[in-house]
Write a protein that binds this ligand. Structure first.
Ligand code: MOS
Length: 703
């Protein structure tokens, strides 16, 4: 299946749903688009972060004098001289991660903790000086041992309750004709987006300006205003182009250090992270150890479902990888128990990453479903269809729309599932054993309050302003199409301005909620503008501007369970003499509400599925017990799927609509990775007859 990228200049029937190339595409491919680390500023100074070389202990002293005498060095900021920060607040996404509150005390909770910022006239001078800074530590023993056998784990809520329980689990398991009881592990994984974190901070006429690469200017303004005890109105954050985020681009040490240095020196200061620094400063996905127990009648109907997940967090902050999230929405059972536990170690704080919770959780749950299908002698799709719930298994709420069955039916038809021989290990092609697998996907579909402003210009064009973030998703283009339809104008008459906190508060590019949240606000502003124009108002030379805020309108989403869904299919070839696993093809069919721009939506879903290949076969950060750090913290040591690993990957969707949402969008940001690793693992079982319950499925594990 191919889609021809065509730019429809004056569509006959609306722009939403037509393939449209990125409005900033030309700027990006010609290099005209500037990213945070390369925007020029007069009188710019450069900061370089110094990270701890021990995994636990205290800073005894820093030998700053020799460094201050080095060429071009302007300042060394550290815990004894840096401005004090306020960390006692609840921000847009909860309490701040103290990892970003740098230089506040002498404690070192993990390897790679920021201990100083060296500021100099050039980046080279800053780096040279930072690498010369001698820091004396009082080292203490560190503990990085993540294991389900630990006795110091505890239940933790995070973004959802730690525990959900209904029914008598042991009784239902005992009454089940078929039981699956399996343990799954997923490793520490890192975001590794293309563009490293970078920020420039400066004071301009009494306002703090930060030019940044982030997933939400409103979010960063809020955190910086809180940390530095500033009026949010006196902080402006701009983030025009973002080279990927995957959950890691909120507030991090570099913005905070840049603001500190800009304040001390009263000149613009830029701090750019290196790839290696990102491995300890920008969050990551916790490893997980999960146990799934399923009990079913002989016909596959679930009587018992238990999903427990252990994750780690740091000594300074709690973050829960909510791996049981898919179990709480996908399948019901008379006894249904889920639980998240944490253990605190001398490691950096994990964070949101590419379908946080759902990605590792769906690997365990959807692998266990496949094992149950095998034991029941049922087709894995049929097993899932027999267990489609009427209501949210934990919430008890009706679904706004689900359409998972439609995804499986369409996917099965296109993938050729009907011809599948269910027996494992019986298809051979030369040195390869072949297999196919499937899994379900889901990701929550929410929306957050946003403000949009639209100006009808005197020349017949429109300028839309919203503090949205396009982190590579195509959001800027999708919003252009949304605005075009709402204004009944062709897309080339829309000027879409995003990534500036001065445009008013808006939702982040996160939780797959961005485009939906922003589109809602853009439509509201457009409706009001059209109403005014319809009343015959004249457009003055400076244009006519309206502003809309969706805070109240979002109430219509209450009372129903909302998710995007999908059916993932994979075909693999496994060489059992070398352990090599090759994905040959993948197909994902999704039910994700209205698809605004099929061109960029397909890219986003395919991108998620490729992350699934990466998760299934490649990605794994391994920590060294002696140092407490990640081995090979760069893109040579941390292997992500590359072109040579990625075969034909197709994504498409079924009709789906969220009835309570005026745009009908549900969100496609993250659902593409969910279930993808399970589909591949299930295909490896079908090829070889061996279950792989530990990711990644490395050659040494296949052998
Ligand atoms: Mo996404 S992990 O919510 O950026």
């Amino acid at each position: 299946m191919t889609t021809t990228p065509t730019r429809t200049r004056t569509p006959a029937r609306g722009s939403t749903g037509t393939a449209y190339t990125r409005v900033e595409g030309r700027e990006k491919v010609t290099g005209a688009a500037r990213y945070a680390g390369e925007i020029p500023f007069a009188d710019l100074a450069h900061g370089w972060l110094v990270l701890s070389t021990v995994a636990h202990g205290r800073i005894r002293s820093l030998d700053t004098d020799p460094v201050l005498a080095m060429p071009g060095v302007l300042a060394v900021l550290h815990h004894e001289n840096a401005p004090r920060l306020n960390t006692d607040y609840v921000g847009m996404l909860g309490k701040p991660d103290p990892t970003c509150a740098v230089f506040q005390n002498d404690r070192v909770p993990h390897l790679g903790w920021p201990v100083a910022l060296v500021v100099a006239e050039t980046p080279e001078q800053a780096r040279e000086a930072a690498e010369s800074l001698v820091v004396h530590y009082e080292q203490e023993p560190h503990d990085i041992d993540f294991s389900p056998a630990r006795t110091d784990t505890y239940p933790a809520d995070g973004h959802m309750p730690a525990v959900t329980e209904k029914g008598d689990l042991e009784a239902e398991l005992a009454a089940s004709a078929v039981v699956v009881d399996a343990e799954y592990t997923t490793p520490e994984e890192h975001h590794s987006m293309m563009e490293p974190h970078a920020a420039t901070a400066l004071w301009d006429g009494g306002r703090l300006e930060v030019v940044d690469s982030n997933q939400g200017a409103t979010w960063v303004v809020g955190e910086l205003a809180n940390l530095f005890s500033l009026d949010p109105a006196s902080v402006r954050v701009r983030s025009e182009h973002v080279g990927g985020g995957f959950g890691s681009k909120g507030v991090r040490a570099h913005q905070v250090a840049a603001v500190m240095a800009a304040t001390e020196l009263q000149r613009p200061v830029r701090v750019v992270m290196t790839r290696r620094q990102m491995f300890s400063l920008t969050g990551y996905r916790s490893p997980t150890a999960q146990r799934v127990r399923l009990g079913a009648d002989a016909d596959g109907r679930l009587r018992a479902l238990e999903h427990r997940s252990l994750n780690l967090t740091s000594q300074v902050h709690e973050f829960v990888e909510s791996s049981t999230a898919p179990s709480r929405v996908m399948y019901d059972a008379d006894a249904h128990h889920t639980a998240h536990r944490l253990v605190r170690l001398n490691v950096p704080t994990p964070t949101f990453m590419r379908a946080p919770g759902e990605a590792p959780g769906s690997f365990a749950l959807e692998s266990a479903l496949d094992e149950l299908a095998e034991k029941c002698g049922l087709d894995p799709i049929e097993l899932r269809l027999r267990n489609e719930p009427e209501r949210g298994p934990v919430s008890g709420l009706p679904f706004a729309s689900r359409n998972l069955a439609a995804c499986f039916r369409e996917g099965a038809r296109r993938f050729g599932w009907a011809d599948r021989d269910p027996r494992p290990g019986v298809r051979r092609e030369g040195r390869w054993l072949l297999g196919t697998g499937t899994a379900a996907a889901s990701f929550s579909a929410g929306a957050g309050p946003s403000t949009a402003t639209i100006t009808a210009e005197a020349d017949g064009t429109y300028t839309v302003r919203i503090a949205a973030a396009d982190i590579g998703t195509g959001a800027r283009t999708a919003l252009t199409l949304i605005a075009a339809d709402a204004l009944e104008a062709p897309p080339d008459r829309i000027r879409m301005r995003i990534g500036d906190s001065d445009f008013g508060p808006a939702m982040i590019a996160g939780g797959s909620t961005g485009t939906r949240s922003w589109a809602w606000a853009v439509r509201a502003a457009a409706a009001e503008l059209r109403e005014r124009l319809a009343l015959g108002a004249d457009i003055p030379p400076e244009g006519m501007t309206v502003r809309a805020d969706t805070t109240e309108a979002l109430g219509t989403l209450a009372g129903k369970e909302r998710h995007s869904y999908g059916a993932q299919f994979a075909e693999v070839a496994v060489d059992v003499t070398t352990g090599e696993v090759r994905v040959r093809r993948m197909l994902g069919i999704f039910a994700a509400g209205t698809i605004v721009n099929p061109l960029t939506a397909r890219s986003q879903l395919v991108g998620g599925m490729i992350w699934g290949i990466s998760m299934a076969l490649h990605e794994e950060a391994v920590r060294d017990r002696a140092s407490g750090g990640v081995y090979g913290p760069d893109l040579a040591g941390y292997h992500v799927a590359t072109h040579a690993d990625v075969p034909l990957v197709e994504a498409d969707w079924v009709d789906d609509h969220d009835p309570e949402d005026p745009v009908g969008i549900k969100g496609i940001g993250e659902v593409g990775i969910v279930g993808a690793a399970a589909a591949i693992a299930n295909a490896v079982w079908h090829a070889t007859g061996v279950r792989h319950r530990d990711l990644p499925i490395r050659p040494d594990r296949v052998l």
